[in-house]
Design a protein. Structure first.
Lengths: 793, 435
């Protein structure tokens, strides 16, 4: 819309016509206080804090409902306005308990701030405050009614934002109260949005309440470790006896790709880091068959020696490596480099949650949709998957696009997924009809029939821009057929849904037996060999153990083949990093009885229980690096927490390499010419003096302090070798998400690759093996079990 | 059945058919019923609105907005259906006029709704009665059925080719729903809380369509304007205040009741002649001129004409026409408290100043009345009320604040008499006047 010019507090401002006055002022740095106003939610005008004086209007006007108009003259601060705001606060404080010293919100409470600003410091009433007992509505949500100022933000974010509608208002007048729509408890997605949006301490969370004062925490924005959306979660951390504990997760500064949103996992399921059964000491299996804690040196030396023995005796083909969907890009990259050049094997795989290679191949340079794109999309086609459960961040973005921008949503699914409620077109298809649907949408009229299908496709064809997002139902050739749709419509972008924080990164970084980072076939690894300074093909491993060996050029064993080989006694060693294949693939313990297993994990998982050496690994919240979400958004992972005893997977791999006699400088090219150092931006809570020194050193052209454990040393190498990751380092370090570059890849017969995709089928409250170790997720699952039928009285 | 009270000065326009059996459609037709609707079918929208403007009829709900002008705000073209909504949620304490209309002349409401609909080319009308008027719903529903049977409602009304439907609905007992936008919310089945305006109902109203909302008395007056002629009607009242008004006289009067008197009728005369003065030869203490939300007038302030402009000049409001007369025995603190109890109970709770303000005012007044207050509490009561005024989401907050300010301002001495443990020197309040 055209711009209008108006005057606020004597300043001439300009904003598009139709902008709300409160927003127009905020955009120009003029803060108008408000309790009930919240961007993106329906207008309430209930708190009356945003009152301003507009010339020619008889009464004070609410800035949250007034749209700017040409020539409007506004005063936002005056004795009259201050008095109105002060009076409102006085009324609120009449009943509001002044338990700020113990209130969770104390120190970051909007009512406190406003009281401070407008000086409502004198109590005008002598009546006893209305007290009500605190209520627990769910494992996550507690409600302290007297603190509630009835701004209705929680009711709106739950209904309008989440489409859950679990909260409402009971009674009227001074008896009005926010209440769950299911009497005394919430039946909801437990996202905690209501708690975060609460301007006071009325809604508090089960994980955070009474734990800390807000100013005792440092706040580190990093990437959530759970699903593939890669939402930014800001972790509040506090020093403890054994490192830094995470006390809180939120996204209040809205700086991430997820905007306001976080689901239960991003907000609360960090509690696995502090479990009692968290591994903090390396374990080595003793002659009595028991795992016993040993020192790091002992464990590393032992594991390194064994790996070298097996490699030298039986060759790299006798060693298998399984990577993780939750480690950083640098760790995944380093793991494959270690496997190929040190262990001398292409036997490397990971739990594939979707078919990224086929997707990247099919795209052939066509653009991918960022998670950001969805919030402002004009039209979205969602096929398969259940975004609300598996990709709650995406579901939020889609709902936002529909609600605030009138986007048209096309949903095709074999289940009645919740997002159909936002859909302009919902097409219910059979469980086996996904390939037919792709063919139909791609132009094959015979593939599907029915009026609904016709209307669905007709609708899509009228769209001028479209985001296509699909679940793991599509693999191999089927993805190709779907992407074909792109050539029939203008402005199409695609996204493919896989699970866990860095599943995409694991795939991009080449955790495949046949593909190097960037989906380069192992048979065509020339640039890699050149970068690594090695030959293609394996040299004589025994001849010079200190040398990094050549790149094996033949595809190795995939996940299933590795276990088959183990069963046949052909797999001498298996290194499992942050993965639990024994449980996920239902591997019998006997299969691994002749294999030397090394596990790097947070917990003694089913896989770790069978291991000969177990390394206690750091979680994603305890390390730095980058991660790529399923949409191809590359983000900075910042170290937030710290736990005595654990090491990052990066460090463990480097040290294993060293113990095997490999040249560490070759494995991690730190200090190499042209290497850009991490200036500490990546280290979050740990940043400080050392980082200032790093900046100073760089500024004086002195070599910054580098170490082989610095993930950014290897990120340089990734950027050289994987064109898609040639993103702006500055933006990345500044915390801005970067999208991978469209890149042409040539995977030989991608469609013919063996389909090893195993969707996680996670829900809102599960997160693979890791999720089992979250007390919060466990208690929510427990609370949601159908109530056992009580015996008849 | 309550009846209209009469006095030689009465001018029966709206109440012309009261007591004549006009509940039945045949009697209503006999008494010139549905002639106005036929006339309006010929006049067409512009003709109707022209007449309405000429009648100087001002809304009887309380704000006194000129009715013809209100109707003219409805856009001619609209993608969404237009509606007429009759506000029969009569709940202002001291007001009991609409119930007489529903009880004695339900067809005048139907005919008025129909005419309003014709003026803006709406095809549907809603008649909303307050929850406590459920017994009147039967009368209204029967009247609506009769009108359908005669072909005055439904398809092709009066053979004109125009369709018009009427639906009746009752509330659930909320004063707040008398506010027009809260009324629309309630009618749509939602919580009775007001809407943000603009947009105004004339543009975006019921179910998002342009909507005329008028008080039941206003609507019932409409057919009479066409019966006697707009110019004749305008002549009855004062300048810019056309016609008559149903005044509800209650409190300490010899002859309380609902009287139809010309707009601008002298208040003093209304109390002492029409109402028969104060019983027992007692002295007049105060008059609430237009329902409990209007600022109280002192005996020396009542020599005024009862129209919107003159009462406004005297510092109060004509409001809903509910005149409450208080004699010398009334404790004004208790009266203020009783009034505030009502508003606290009826505040919808949406906005902070009204929700919390009415609550704290009630608490403060209770304590003051019981003798538990000190001098600064009186200032505090006034401070609270003054800070509510003009700051609330809808007029309910003003309705609670305005009389309170007037009570403290005009009866400060009486408030002070309650201080420092003395408590109320009197214990009487005409509860009946406030129910």
């Amino acid at each position: 819309m055209a711009d209008v010019t108006f005057t606020v507090d004597g300043r001439k401002l300009t904003a598009p016509a139709g902008t709300l006055l409160i927003e127009a002022c905020r955009a120009h740095g003029i803060e108008i206080p408000a309790f009930c106003y919240y961007p993106g939610l329906s207008l309430q005008a209930a708190c009356r804090m945003c009152v301003v004086r507009i010339e020619k209007m008889p009464k004070l006007q609410t800035a949250c409902t007034t749209t700017v108009a040409e020539g409007m003259i506004v005063t936002t601060e005056s004795p009259e306005i201050a008095q109105a705001r002060k009076a409102t606060i006085e009324l609120l404080l009449g009943n509001h308990p002044l338990d700020c010293p113990v209130c969770d919100a104390g120190g970051e409470c909007e009512l406190q701030d406003m009281t401070f600003k407008y000086g409502a410091h004198e109590s005008k009433f002598v009546e006893i405050k209305q007290h009500r007992e605190e209520q627990q509505w769910s494992p996550v949500v507690f409600f302290d009614r007297p603190r509630c100022i009835l701004c209705y933000r929680c009711v709106r974010v739950c209904g309008e934002g989440m489409d859950v509608w679990a909260l409402g208002i009971q009674n009227r007048g001074a008896g009005s109260v926010i209440a769950p729509n299911k009497q005394d408890h919430l039946e909801c997605e437990e996202c905690g949005m209501c708690i975060d949006i609460c301007p006071v301490g009325a809604l508090t969370s089960g994980t955070y309440r009474y734990k800390t004062r807000p100013w005792e925490m440092s706040h580190i924005g990093t990437v959530c470790t759970h699903c593939g959306d890669g939402c930014k979660t800001t972790l509040g951390v506090r020093r403890s006896n054994d490192g830094m504990d995470i006390v809180r997760g939120d996204n209040r500064d809205k700086s991430g790709i997820n905007g306001d949103f976080l689901c239960i996992k991003g907000r609360y399921a960090f509690d696995f880091t502090e479990r009692d059964d968290r591994l903090t000491k390396p374990l080595v299996r003793q002659s009595d068959g028991q795992l016993k804690p040993v020192t790091w040196e002992e464990a590393i030396d032992f594991a390194g020696k064994k790996l070298r023995e097996i490699r030298d005796a039986r060759g790299g083909k006798a060693i298998g490596v399984i990577g993780s969907n939750r480690t950083t890009n640098e760790e995944a990259y380093l793991l494959q480099k270690f496997a190929r050049t040190v262990l001398g094997t292409n036997n490397i795989d990971h739990h594939r949650t979707t078919d990224y290679p086929a997707f990247v191949q099919a795209l052939a340079g066509k653009p991918e949709a960022s998670l950001r794109d969805f919030a402002t999309a004009k039209a979205v086609l969602l096929i398969g998957g259940d975004a609300t459960e598996q990709h709650p961040g995406l579901a939020w973005q889609i709902r936002t696009a529909v609600r605030l921008h009138g986007a048209r949503l096309y949903v095709a699914n074999h289940e009645l997924i919740k997002l159909r409620r936002q859909a302009t077109h919902f097409l219910e298809i059979g469980e086996n009809d996904y390939a037919s649907l792709a063919a139909y949408l791609g132009g094959d009229d015979a593939a599907l029939s029915g009026d609904k299908a016709t209307a669905f496709r007709e609708g899509l064809r009228k769209e001028e821009s479209l985001l296509v997002v699909f679940g793991a139902e599509y693999r191999g050739k089927a993805i190709e057929a779907l992407v074909k749709l792109g050539s029939t419509l203008p402005n199409v972008k695609f996204a493919c849904l896989g699970d866990h924080a860095n599943a995409r990164g694991a795939s991009d970084m080449g955790l495949y037996p046949d593909l190097l980072p960037g989906y380069v076939p192992v048979t065509a690894g020339g640039t890699f060999a050149a970068e690594y300074g090695v030959e293609i093909g394996l040299g004589d491993l025994k001849a010079d153990a200190s040398r990094t060996h050549g790149l094996p050029a033949q595809p190795g064993l995939d996940m299933i083949q590795m276990f088959d080989a183990a069963e046949r006694g052909e797999l001498g060693a298996l290194l499992v990093v942050g993965s639990n294949p024994v449980a996920r693939y239902g591997i019998d313990a006997a299969v691994l009885k002749n294999t030397f297993v090394i596990a790097q994990d947070l917990f003694l998982t089913e896989t770790a229980q069978l291991a000969d050496v177990v390394f206690p690994a750091a979680s994603l919240y305890e390390k730095s690096g980058t991660a790529t979400n399923t949409f191809g958004d590359v983000q900075l992972v910042k170290k937030a927490a710290d736990k005595a005893g654990v090491r990052t997977d990066f460090e463990i791999i480097v040290r294993l390499g060293a113990a095997m006699g490999a040249d560490v400088r070759q494995l991690v090219p730190f200090g190499k010419a042209g290497v850009r150092a991490d200036m500490g931006q990546a280290r979050g809570a740990q940043s400080g003096e050392a980082d200032r020194h790093g900046v100073w050193l760089a500024a004086h052209h002195l070599e910054p302090k580098l170490s082989p454990f610095d993930p950014f040393a290897i990120f340089d190498e990734i950027q050289r070798l994987v064109p898609a990751y040639d993103v702006s380092r500055l933006d990345l370090l500044a915390g801005n998400d970067q999208h991978v570059k469209p890149a042409l890849v040539q995977i030989t017969a991608a469609g013919a690759r063996r389909d090893l995709v195993l969707p996680t089928n996670d829900t809102l409250f599960t997160s693979g093996t890791l999720g089992r170790y979250s007390r919060m997720l466990g208690s929510v699952m427990e609370a949601r079990k159908p109530a056992e039928t009580t015996a008849a009285e | 059945m309550p009846v209209i009270s009469t006095h030689p000065d009465s001018v029966p326009v709206v109440s012309w058919r009261f007591g004549k059996g006009a509940v039945s459609i045949d009697k209503y037709i006999e008494l010139e019923g549905y002639q106005a609707a036929r006339k309006c079918l010929e006049l067409g929208p512009d003709g109707i609105i022209g007449e309405m403007k000429a009648s100087n009829l001002r809304g009887r709900g309380g704000a006194g907005f000129p009715t013809g002008m209100k109707w003219s705000f409805v856009p001619k073209q609209s993608a969404k259906p237009k509606y007429v909504l009759v506000n029969g949620d009569e709940s202002e304490p001291g007001t009991c006029k609409d119930r007489l209309i529903f009880e004695h002349d339900p067809h005048s409401v139907i005919e008025g709704t129909l005419i309003a609909g014709l003026s803006v080319q709406a095809r549907m009308g809603f008649i909303y009665l307050r929850g406590e008027y459920r017994y009147l719903l039967r009368i209204m529903e029967r009247a609506v059925d009769e009108a359908y049977a005669k072909g005055f409602l439904g398809k092709n009304i009066f053979g004109s080719g125009i369709d018009f439907d009427i639906v009746t609905q009752t509330g659930a007992g909320a004063y707040e729903v008398g506010e027009e936008s809260a009324l629309m919310e309630s009618l749509e089945g939602k919580r009775g809380i007001p809407r943000i305006r603009p947009p105004f109902p004339a543009v975006v109203g019921l179910y998002g369509g342009p909507t005329i909302i008028n008080n039941a008395e206003t609507i019932a007056t409409v057919p009479h304007i066409f019966r006697i002629g707009a110019a004749e009607y305008a002549k009855i009242g004062t300048e810019r205040n056309g016609g008559t008004r149903l005044f509800c006289l209650s409190g300490h009067l010899e002859r309380p009741g609902v009287y139809e008197l010309p707009m601008g009728y002298n208040l003093k005369k209304m109390i002492y002649e029409v109402g028969g003065g104060i019983p027992g030869g007692k002295k007049l203490k105060a008059v609430v001129p237009g329902g409990s939300s209007t600022p109280v007038l002192l005996p020396e302030e009542i020599d005024i004409g009862m129209d919107f402009d003159q009462v406004g000049k005297a510092g109060s409001m004509l409001g809903s026409g509910g005149v409450v007369v208080l004699d010398e025995d009334v404790c004004m603190v208790e009266f203020a408290l009783r009034t505030m109890k009502f508003y606290r109970h009826e505040s919808c709770g949406w906005c902070i100043p009204c929700r919390e303000g009415t609550d704290w005012l009630e608490k403060s007044l209770t304590r003051l009345h019981a003798g538990g207050a000190v001098d600064k509490d009186i200032d505090n009561i006034r401070y609270l009320a003054e800070n509510m005024l003009g700051r609330t989401f809808c007029p309910l907050g003003d309705a609670a604040a305005m009389p309170t300010i007037a009570f403290v301002k005009k009866f400060r001495k009486e408030f002070e008499d309650h201080l420092e443990g003395r408590g109320c020197p009197k214990h009487r309040v005409p509860e009946a006047a406030l129910v």
